[in-house]
Ligand binder design. Structure first.
Ligand SMILES: Nc1ncnc2c1ncn2[C@@H]1O[C@H](COP(=O)(O)OP(=O)(O)OP(=O)(O)O)[C@@H](O)[C@H]1O
Length: 505
């Protein structure tokens, strides 16, 4: 189905998030939408999906003007959305999830589970998805849950599919599989709008690329364009894709973890007898396929896990058993993997969010009184420094685009008086122009003598930052190797293979 967006304009108060945007996606085309954080990509897709009403402009499908009062209308017209945060019910089966709210699996007003199962099996077979209709969604890996979302859309006869940053939560292998699925969907005539910040993915699948900046279309790019060309078109300036990093000046071991073991609420051993050190002035990057204990490791360091054994000493002081608050107050900076869950309070302003977790200088509370002037000045400075695209510091964090929310968390944590920085997926959802800046700031923290633990599933990020790399597999350390270890070696380690003699750092 051919999709046309004509002159779409969407305003939030005085902010023009979409400014007369034109976009055409032919049937069977993968059309990438590129743009820096806050450019207006998600807003445009929310207009298409009926979540927002455009102030001006129209949506056409196969040449016919559409009027969507809500997502129900958009879905009925053949538009499907694969969200980054899945809209599935974890305790239901795949078929039950597909059945919910779907008219075509309803007979005589009753939900028809048998029809839903059949549909899942049929679609799954057609596209080689390997999804069991009776599996519980909560038992499925993230990549398979995403396929359930796709099946859900296809079972409603979606012929235009929107993927909004679908690979942010996927492993490299799941990402490759998704690229294959998108190609297959395209072959079957589905039109795809694909939003991503990862240029490699763009070049891999895009038929056409439209770049938007500050709410306006600034041009089309060819899928054969280089990373540098795409990046500069997005950001409007030349982007340095790699940070310059001097050899580290190593201090004494500052974070010493010994025999750390974490048991999750279901009794699984998720971190298994892990021991390592991070020196002052060193970045230790934890690499591994998502779900191999990295999340729980960082949470245990921050006091966010209940059942923890072993010791974690920071400058000789034991952290196991200490409260999260005490750990943060002792100078541990934390960039959590899920900013919405642990990093931000959506209904607090940017300024208020920048003040969270800080008891140190500058003091924003004196004798029980909030120092509004000092906080405002600090917040304005951070917004400028971290290039947070917002109308002001009093805007709720939930009103920011995803990448700009991430920058608020980073701005807060990187500007504290740090004795340790623990950063999980620090640049998730952040555009290429800002990744460079954030990496630079992390390296600056390291150069100032802070021990840094970065967890990342992106090998590009691991390569850019790591002085040493620790690979985790099934809760254990497979090995700790030098920062310049080749990718193929890391790949094998990520699959659980111990590195050859001499590779250890
Ligand atoms: N509900 C809202 N209320 C007010 N402003 C909003 C709302 N939703 C989005 N905005 C603003 O509209 C602009 C565009 O945001 P949008 O989420 O579309 O950006 P994006 O291109 O998807 O960015 P990212 O790459 O960071 O996800 C931003 O300045 C954002 O703060």
């Amino acid at each position: 189905m051919k999709l046309e967006l004509r002159g779409i304009t969407k305003r939030f108060g005085s902010l023009v998030a979409n400014d007369h945007i034109d976009l055409t996606v032919e049937a069977g085309e993968i059309h990438c939408l590129l743009g820096e954080n806050g450019a207006g990509k998600s807003t445009l897709m929310n207009v298409l999906y009926g979540l927002y009403q455009a102030d001006e402009g129209e949506v056409l499908l196969d040449g016919e003007v559409q009027h969507f009062a809500g997502p129900g209308d958009a879905m009925a017209a053949g538009i499907g959305m694969v969200h980054q945060h899945f809209m599935l019910i974890p305790v239901f089966t795949v078929a039950e999830n597909v059945m919910l709210g779907n008219e075509s699996t309803r007979t005589g007003g009753l939900l028809d589970l048998a029809a839903a199962r059949e549909k899942v099996t049929e679609i799954s077979k057609r596209f080689g998805f390997h999804v069991d209709p009776d599996a519980l969604v909560e038992d499925l890996p993230v990549g398979v849950q995403q396929r359930v979302e796709i099946i859900k859309a296809l079972s409603r006869d979606a012929r235009v599919l929107v993927f909004d940053e679908p690979t942010a939560v996927l492993t490299p292998q799941e990402t490759d599989e998704l690229m294959g699925i998108m190609r297959q969907l395209k072959e079957s005539g589905t039109s795809i709008v694909f939003i991503t910040h990862k240029l490699r993915e763009v070049r891999e699948v895009a038929d056409r690329i439209t770049v938007i900046r500050l709410g306006k279309v600034v041009g089309e790019a060819s899928p054969t364009a280089s990373n540098a060309e795409l990046a500069s078109l997005m950001v409007g300036r030349t982007v340095e894709l790699k940070v310059h990093k001097e050899e580290p000046t190593l201090g004494e071991p500052s974070l010493v973890v010994d025999g750390l073991t974490v048991i999750d609420p279901l009794g699984h051993l998720v971190v298994n007898d892990v021991s390592f050190e991070v020196r002052r002035g060193e970045i230790l990057a934890v690499a591994g396929v998502q779900g191999n204990g990295q999340t729980e490791l960082t949470e245990a360091l921050l006091g966010l896990q209940e059942r923890v054994e072993g010791t974690v000493r920071l400058e000789g002081v034991e952290l196991v058993g200490a409260s999260v608050r005490r750990i943060l107050e002792s100078g541990v900076g934390f960039v959590p993997e899920d900013r919405n869950e642990d990093g931000l309070v959506g209904e607090f302003t940017i300024a208020e969010n920048l003040m969270l977790n800080r008891s140190e200088s500058p003091p924003f509370v004196r004798a029980g009184n909030l120092q509004r002037g000092a906080l405002a000045e600090f917040a304005r400075e951070k917004v400028r420094e971290f290039d947070i695209r917002t109308q002001g510091i009093d805007v709720w964090a939930s009103r920011l685009s995803g990448g700009n929310q991430q920058k608020v968390v980073l701005a807060r944590e990187l500007s504290r008086d740090l004795r340790l920085l623990v950063a999980a997926q620090p640049t998730r959802g952040v555009d290429v122009g800002s990744i460079e800046f954030i990496h630079k700031r992390i390296v600056e923290a390291r150069d100032a003598g802070v021990p840094v633990l970065v967890v990342s599933t992106e090998l590009d990020e691991v390569e850019a930052l790591a002085d040493r790399i620790m690979v985790m597999y099934r809760g254990r350390i497979v090995g700790i190797v030098p920062g310049n270890t080749p990718r193929d070696v890391l790949g094998l380690m990520m699959a659980g293979e111990t590195p050859a003699e001499g590779a250890a750092a």
